[in-house]
Design a protein around this ligand. Structure first.
Ligand code: 13P
Length: 334
């Protein structure tokens, strides 16, 4: 795999007006989402749900790629077509979540480190054979009393850099995701400081590990007020703080930045992205890689009657893709 091919894939992931749908919930996480709408967490229901999402008519108009979970990359439509094939036909680049989730960081109560490096080289080779062209790894940074520690940030960024280097060796574009959680009472300034330190550490580690930035995508959390902070920053303030933080930490050579939604309402996630793009031009395309903010409304519709509501749920998926695609251009008319 050449450097040019990695760069081409990365650029296609952030093509103008397009973003990523994250449907890479682990079996435990999708269980929580299904429970919320009263759907049994069986393998067949997970397959049917992901088929509904991925076969949404016209999805490729606003969606460049989708992040799948291991099980999903191996599944097929009801008619027996592998999901990766369906996606390729719709112009949607298959991606795969490759981390094994965050675990307690020994010696640092309340902090997490993402695991999954052991055996990763062989797993990546298999995913590439199954059709994946990019891979995601999510690190989790928690804000609280005296945390995050420097060690938590460095340990997570070191793992992100090792995974990213392995991805590029296999020809997969790494989508590096250091998520600063929204949980807590902290204000937006605290979120800004933690995000800044985290991104500085991340790009330092990527440099140390010879990761090619031209073939890397950053999946970032926005700079927002803590969920329980009494003083909630408005849309313009979030957009401005996020942009300042990214501009001081992220090299301009990076092909693009996509955001996670992290528990924001659908409307906030779209409005924040739109506001940032209206403040452009920026050094990189800014788009979305939303999980909940792409799926929540459609899941509710589908969950109410999984046999009868497929077309209605797909209309909602398409509407959310269109809204976020317009926000990626700064042209959403909220
Ligand atoms: P949310 O948009 O629901 O935060 O999910 C995105 C994601 O992939 C988290 O890793």
């Amino acid at each position: 795999m050449s450097i040019d091919q990695l760069a081409d894939t990365a650029q296609a992931m952030v093509a103008a007006g397009k973003g990523i749908i994250a449907i890479d919930e682990s079996t435990n996480t999708i269980a929580k989402r299904f429970q919320g709408v009263g759907v049994e967490n069986s393998e067949e229901n997970r397959r049917a749900y992901r088929e509904m999402l991925l076969t949404t008519p016209g999805l490729g108009e606003h969606i460049s790629g989708a992040i799948l979970y291991d099980e999903t990359l191996r599944q097929k439509t009801r008619d027996g077509v592998p999901f990766a094939t369906v996606m390729a036909k719709a112009g949607i680049i298959p991606g795969i979540k490759v981390d094994k989730g965050p675990q307690a960081l020994a010696g640092f109560p309340g902090e997490l480190v993402t695991e999954g490096l052991d055996g990763l080289r062989d797993r990546l080779k298999e995913y590439a054979k199954l059709g994946a062209r990019f891979a995601k790894w999510r690190a989790v940074i928690t804000i609280g009393d005296d945390i995050p520690s420097g060690n938590c940030i460095e340990s997570n960024c070191h793992a992100l850099a090792r995974y990213a280097a392995l991805c590029q060796e296999t020809g997969l574009v790494p989508m590096v995701e250091p998520e600063v959680l929204m949980d807590g009472e902290h204000d937006i300034e605290v979120c800004y400081e933690v995000t800044e330190v985290t991104l500085r550490s991340l790009f330092g580690a990527l440099y140390e590990h010879n990761v090619l930035l031209e073939g890397t995508i950053l999946k970032a959390s926005m700079v927002v007020s803590g969920k329980d902070c009494p003083d909630q920053a408005g849309v313009e303030e979030v957009a401005d703080a996020t942009l300042r933080c990214l501009k001081t930490t992220v090299p301009a050579v990076l092909p693009g930045i996509v955001f996670l939604s992290g528990g924001q309402s659908d409307r906030d996630a779209t409005a924040h992205l739109d506001a940032m793009n209206r403040m452009g031009p920026h050094p990189w395309p800014l788009s979305f890689s939303y999980g909940r903010a792409m799926q929540s409304a459609a899941l509710k519709i589908w969950g109410a009657n999984i046999a009868a509501n497929v077309a209605d749920a797909q209309k909602m998926v398409h509407a959310r893709a269109r809204d976020n695609g317009m926000a990626a251009l700064g042209q959403w008319n909220g």
